[in-house]
Design a protein around this ligand. Structure first.
Ligand code: UDP
Ligand code: MG
Length: 308
């Protein structure tokens, strides 16, 4: 079966990059006889990005564009592209020419070989130490705590089987971590080296400030990926850790009262501690059960697509 590829490109103030990018994309895609659509999401640009894209779209129906009323950020822009995508493969890439369309055929080769997700990893980063170092930490943590062993969570040049990402809950700075969600549903994930080119026009939208946002989103994603499907596993774990000592304290005090007639109130603080531990454990357990129930309603079994 022939692939229908949706190429999703978020744009924020990229008027100077768009024409050349479109030219390069067509140079790569047309001779290969790919069926494709290019979805540009203008993330509230303050320059003429949208006019440039619209002009191109009026000339070729394979170019599609939508525009946000304000700047929502790259993640939301990518999400909008995914929502609109009609292809069975989605390729996400940057609109600043840093990602080279030349890598698309190799991404598609892997998809056609049966992989559900192909991640590009940057062999040689062009960024300075202040951007590379936090990204090294984030990559290390993401690898450690998710069940996904890829080199580069920071690069957004990737190809996804569309059906696996349509429903995905992404917001904040989470687009980097979409693979962690994907890994919840499939093991068919691989990576290829991609070339990164310097930005010729416009400027990078990210500085050091985003590091903390990225790290907190990473923690959230790890929590979701690890426990979202089975919340009782984490709530139940902490619940038992607290319940056991609480139970033994209360049991021992009861035995002491019954057999040796020792007044429980002689051990007031211990008694309070026992009650507290048991109550908190009960609360955690109840929360776990409620979360588990909500996950059942939201997640069901059907969205995980266990079959290919
Ligand atoms: N971008 C966006 N909304 C934003 C910031 C960035 O759509 O609020 C787009 C931007 O136009 C580019 C891509 O996301 O196509 C990557 O952004 P950038 O080049 O600034 O990131 P960097 O390469 O420096 O990590
Ligand atoms: Mg860039």
């Amino acid at each position: 079966m022939k692939n229908f590829i949706s190429i999703i490109i978020p744009l924020y103030n990229e008027e100077k990059n768009v024409p050349a990018l479109i030219e390069e994309l067509f140079e790569i895609l047309e001779p290969r006889d790919f069926t494709f659509e290019i979805i540009f999401v203008d993330d509230g640009s303050r320059d003429n990005t949208f006019d440039v894209v619209k002009r191109a779209a009026s000339k070729d129906s394979r170019i599609k564009c939508v525009r946000f009323r304000r700047n929502f950020g790259q993640t939301i822009a990518i999400k909008a592209g995914i929502d609109l995508a009609e292809g069975d493969t989605c390729i996400t890439m940057d609109g600043d020419m840093q990602h080279d369309p030349k890598d698309i055929p190799e991404l598609m080769d892997k998809i056609n070989a049966g992989y559900d997700l192909v991640c590009g990893f940057r062999n040689k980063r062009l960024d300075g130490f202040l951007r590379r170092f936090p990204s090294k930490i984030a990559n290390f943590m993401a690898r450690k705590f998710s069940r996904l062993n890829i080199r580069d969570f920071g690069s957004t040049y990737r190809a996804y089987r569309t059906s696996l990402i349509k429903q995905m809950p992404v917001y904040g700075e989470m687009h980097r971590f979409i693979p962690i969600f994907v890994a919840m549903t499939t093991d068919r994930i691989t990576e290829i080296p991609i070339s990164i080119r310097p930005r010729m026009h416009g400027k990078s939208n990210y500085g050091l400030a985003r590091t903390f946002k990225v790290l907190s989103d990473l923690l959230l994603v790890i929590f979701f990926a690890g426990f979202f499907t089975r919340p009782i596993h984490i709530f139940g774990y902490f619940s038992s850790v607290l319940f056991l000592p609480g139970f033994f304290i209360l049991a021992w005090l009861s035995v002491a009262k019954i057999f040796w007639n020792i007044a429980i109130m002689d051990y007031g603080p211990l008694f309070v501690l026992g009650i507290l531990l048991c109550l908190v454990a009960l609360q955690l357990f109840t929360t776990g059960v409620v979360c588990e129930y909500l996950v059942r309603i939201y997640y069901g079994n059907d969205k995980r697509q266990p079959y290919s």
